[in-house]
Design a protein around this ligand. Structure first.
Ligand code: FAD
Length: 512
């Protein structure tokens, strides 16, 4: 369709990129972006752009990508636990300041002929346009007022987003145990002299440290200075003596937004307004910019607004939902992170990389043989030979009390072992149903059970959730932990073994 006039609400990455791409695709269209803030004020510090995102941006708009890469800061990833460190290479991951990202996108939008109006909060009803793109962020007033069937899930953990005035050499994941509990930082450099420090904790630790009170006492446009000073001491080593910098920094719970519909009449949602994915998969900006690519393509190729919006949603929804599911698993993993601090750092890194089922164990091993070799030695007390790593993990023997298992695939529970089976269908192993399984497992142990077997549906997502539940019981209750799954999930089951989620696996029928 030929769009005559397009109004874009919100000058974040999604809105600015959609505006530029639309103006490039349809030069006669009048495209105006309405942003409530000023050109150079924004929240937050840096964001990450992974290799896959960069490839998509390159195909859609190589000029913009070139400037983003120049403004960004490439880095590897390290994890540091109890003084031990391990590192994962990542050749094309860049961090970029959010201010710099927006400056590049503003410049390119204006160069293409987009008009940007700053400084006034607007509503989509005010626009005389045939296409209204609502890219007004996670707290979208458009979404709240329209018929989009929104649902919002609030995370259990708390996080705050701050920065530091020096560039870390690499991204860093580092937990620190304090008298109040564990705080974890996800930190990364995003320019020659700056780093993002995102810090997470659980609710009990947050309350014990008194941060429920400091959060209440912090005005909306200020930073929680008490928390920043406390965390500066907690992460003094990681900060190398630098202070933490706030920018309207306060403790928040992550909100996962989902919508049953992404359009309502001539208005279409884009980016965080339509969906969010937990920050630990670093993908909010990517999703918003990829939405922009698909929306402009659909507008260009379909005859009217209705079919263009339908095509946009049909193209994007599967990828968004897949990522939201990965992000949900990743959020649950990080919320339960302190329970894994007993693991050696390399095993913990393998657990981290395989936490959501997105990175296959053997692919991770190809790029990072040193990390996986160390983790394999921690798992089996022997280095893996060259060859199929998954086979090797499954082939390792296990001694449990007096019982010897020749390998980790169990044909049948041996005589003399008492194993209690759980077949509960659990979506979140750390919710009430998960608590109930843990309570029953404790009782079963008191009653003499040697271990637990986790059975259930054969689909991959169910197997991954079972591994998480098994891990929780293994950590909190102990005993021999067996997880059922079909042979097609053998790589996931092997990842579960090497990262300490279970002790044995048992192959079951494939999904019908
Ligand atoms: C802690 C944290 C860490 C993150 N880390 C990463 C990361 O590493 N990588 C990554 O890709 N993403 C990350 N994100 C997510 C990322 O910041 C967002 O997903 C991304 O900014 C979404 O872009 P957007 O354009 O949809 O919305 P936003 O960037 O939120 O932009 C919305 C814009 O709309 C404007 N606006 C809202 N209402 C109105 C109105 N009524 N009138 C006018 N203007 C309005 C706002 O001022 C804002 O500028 C992180 C997010 C958080 C919270």
């Amino acid at each position: 369709m030929q769009v005559r006039r397009a109004a874009v609400l919100g000058g974040g990455p999604g809105g600015l990129y959609a505006a530029r791409l639309l103006k490039l695709a349809q030069p006669s269209c009048e495209v105006v972006v309405h942003e409530q803030g000023d050109p150079d004020t924004t929240f937050g510090f840096g964001v990450g752009l992974a290799a896959g995102t960069q490839r998509k941006l390159e195909a859609a708009d190589p000029d913009t990508l070139r400037d983003l890469v120049v403004a960004g800061c490439r880095h590897d990833m390290t994890m540091s636990v109890g003084g031990r460190m391990t590192r994962v290479r990542n050749d094309r991951l860049i961090g970029i300041a959010r201010t710099e990202l927006l400056a590049v996108l503003q410049r390119h939008a204006e160069k293409a002929g987009v008009r940007i109006e700053y400084g006034t909060r607007r509503g989509t009803g005010e626009f005389d346009a045939d296409v209204v793109i609502a890219a007004d962020g996670v707290s979208s007033a458009t979404r709240a007022a329209g018929d989009f069937g929104e649902t919002i899930d609030v995370g259990r953990g708390l996080y705050l987003w701050c920065g530091a005035d020096f560039a870390l050499p690499d991204a860093l994941f580092a937990p620190v145990e304090t008298g109040h509990g564990v705080f974890v930082t996800h930190a990364y450099p995003y320019s020659g002299g700056r780093s993002t420090f995102l810090i997470e904790t659980d609710e009990e630790t947050w309350r014990r440290a008194g941060f429920d009170r400091t959060t209440d006492a912090t005005p909306p446009d200020a930073s929680d200075a008490t928390s920043l000073r406390y965390l500066e001491e907690v992460f003094a080593g990681e900060l190398r003596g630098h202070p933490l910098i706030g920018n309207r920094t306060r403790w928040t719970r992550f909100r996962t937004v989902r919508c049953a519909r992404w359009s309502d009449g001539r208005t279409v949602l884009l980016g965080d307004a339509a969906h969010t994915a937990h920050f630990s998969v670093g993908s909010g900006t990517k999703l918003a910019m990829e939405d922009a690519i698909a929306l402009v393509e659909a507008l260009d190729q379909e005859p009217d607004v209705g079919s263009a919006y339908a095509r946009y949603e049909a193209t994007r929804r599967p990828a968004v939902e897949r990522l939201q599911e990965l992000a949900r698993r990743s959020r649950l993993w990080w919320e339960s992170f302190p329970s894994r601090l007993h693991l050696p750092v390399e095993q913990l890194m393998v657990a981290y990389m395989t936490r959501a089922g997105n990175v296959p164990l053997d692919r991770f091993a190809e790029g990072n043989p040193d990390v996986v070799t160390a983790a394999a030695e921690q798992y089996a007390k022997a280095p893996p030979p060259a060859g199929d790593l998954v086979d090797w993990v499954l082939d390792q023997p296990l001694r449990h009390g007096e019982t010897e298992f020749p390998h980790r695939v169990l044909p049948a529970v041996p005589d003399g072992l008492t194993v209690t089976e759980f077949a509960d269908v659990v979506t979140d192993p750390w919710n009430k149903t998960g608590d109930d399984v843990v309570a029953r497992a404790r009782q079963a142990r008191r009653d003499g059970a040697d271990g637990f077997r986790f059975a259930g549906p054969a689909d991959r997502l169910a197997v991954l959730t079972r591994l998480d539940l098994a891990e929780r019981v293994r950590t909190e209750v102990g005993g021999l932990i067996i997880v059922d799954g079909p042979a097609s999930a053998r790589a996931d089951l092997a990842a579960g073994l090497i990262s300490g989620r279970c002790d044995l696996v048992s192959f079951t029928e494939e999904e019908a």
